[in-house]
Design a protein around this ligand. Sequence first.
Ligand SMILES: N[C@@H](CCC(=O)N[C@@H](CS)C(=O)NCC(=O)O)C(=O)O
Length: 212
Amino acid sequence: MKLYWGPHSCAIGTHVLLEEIGKPYETEKVDVMGGGTRKPEFLAVNPKGKVPVLVRDDGSALTEYGAIALWLARANPDKHLVPADPEAEARALEILDYAVGTLHAQAFGRIFMPQKFEPKDVVHGTLGLGKSAIVKEGESMVHQGFEILSKALGGKPYAGGDTFGIADTALFYVENWAPQVKIDLPSNLAAHLERMKARPAVKRVMAAEGEA
Ligand SMILES: N[C@@H](CCC(=O)N[C@@H](CS)C(=O)NCC(=O)O)C(=O)O
């Protein structure tokens, strides 16, 4: 298996999952900020132009954070990465989906890539609302999103209950972005981030990605 990842990207969560599973895998670094995801050789692997991408042993490429995470969990049932209890499973996936689809794509997206959110009109180009207004909106959405996730996690050590699972990797990568945008984490999430950073697999991945 091979993981395509980029520095400071969401792919660190997938990287953690692979390291926790412990089977052999390769990695390929993509210069996301430098336009590496728009290069023809990368688009040939993932026409969506995004990391993470997991190329499986049969050569097929899997994309989308949640799909990759769930496939890895199902392919490694002995690791118990999805709770067996249906209610706990649903609550864990609720956290994963919100972290990836709302907090990352909508809120952090406005901060990291405001140009993508600037309203455009077909005749004049962008409407010129200004990037700073979009970044501010993103910051307020991040605050709100962290509060929602903090309540969802509650006093549980991990998103699915007592043990680590796929949703924790999504929670981890958005929590890990908080210092970059100078936003304080609510206490439940701050404790979860520290719990994650104490895991040997997370330490190894952070060192490998130059985040330690
Ligand atoms: N829907 C995708 C989103 C992945 C995504 O947004 N990846 C970012 C890095 S965190 C990326 O590759 N961005 C490159 C770009 O937009 O050019 C998923 O869930 O995996």
